[in-house]
Design a protein around this ligand. Sequence first.
Ligand code: XIL
Length: 388
Amino acid sequence: MQTANQPGTTHEAIAPTGGKTEMDRRDFVKELGAMGLAKWAGIGAMEQAAATPLKQLAANKGLLFGSCLALKYFAQSAAYQRLFLTQCDIATPEVHMKWNSLSSQPGVYDFGNADKFVAFCAANHIKVRGHTLVWHDALPAWVSGQLTAENGQAMMVDHIRKVAGHFAGKLYSWDVVNEVLDPGSHRADGLRDSPWLQNVGVDYIEQAFRATAAADPNALLVWNENYLELSNGFGIAKRRAMLNLLDGLLARGVPVHGIGLEAHLRGDQASVLGDASYEAFLGELERRGMKIFITELDVQDATLPADTGARDQAVAEIYSRFLTASLRQQAVKGVVTWGLSDAFSWIAGYRPRKDALPVRPLPFDANCQPKAAYYAIAATLQSAPHRG
Ligand code: XIL
């Protein structure tokens, strides 16, 4: 056997999905070259990346890497289960811990699927990001129907006690609040005009964090938010609102430990991603003691060319640009993609292509084979500074 990790030599590689021969890899590298993708890494480095799971490249730098997961995907594809186990050391339940997944009748909770998810992760040494306790979306009909200003606080706190209490001690983190900012609500504080704001009041975020800390004192408590990564008017307004609100929360001793940046990116957003203002924002969060996680990363390809090579390259460039800037910041502790394989992505329903071609938003293709996006992610992890 030859020495691993030596540029240009053959070595025994464990391809992410297993089973790739040296010949396959050479063909793949040639193919990438023809598509203009070899730039994501020199051939030697790329072979090393192909041989090395993303969780390992991340761990080398003191970072976590993972994905969201819905258990039904494993029932559909054993290859996907293998891929997941190879690549991830942290996972987010895509649906199983949302309120409408846990409860379809007033006060009655069924933790069956969420418990299965947690047990699967525990058996495989995968950390779990609890997702999510307080959100305007994914509410069961009974909650939307019953919620009033009289019972709002009790309903929210009771839900947190039940759910965070049920999983206490088993989760790495909780997304305590989700998507609570919305410049479109035209409020001076930037808050979304959500059912929780309306029925609990402006201090619902504070109450939610305090209730979660009481129910599960060990979980890292995260404020998960979308579009902060965009350096345009919308994103900049959200950043400003978050920093103002965070200053108030922290001054009052509210236990906010981390910020989640969803990062559902678009293929045509290169010009508003990863610039100096974004890095300065991450620095502001760090200054406030926040751990930062990229929590739902994917790249919508609806506006990109039909040609697979050109499309994959544009998607890879977005991953590269965004992650390069993000990982330069020491406060960023982990990267979680919203799926691993194009076979199982919410983008197929949320942002389908007009030409009806299958979407390609994730690092692995529908057959769980690595794409240019995979190599772009691998390269950014390899060039990321080590966390202190
Ligand atoms: C999405 C899931 O991927 C879908 O399967 C589900 O139908 C809707 O929710 N922001 C979030 C995630 O915080 O929970 C959402 O997940 C995507 C947007």
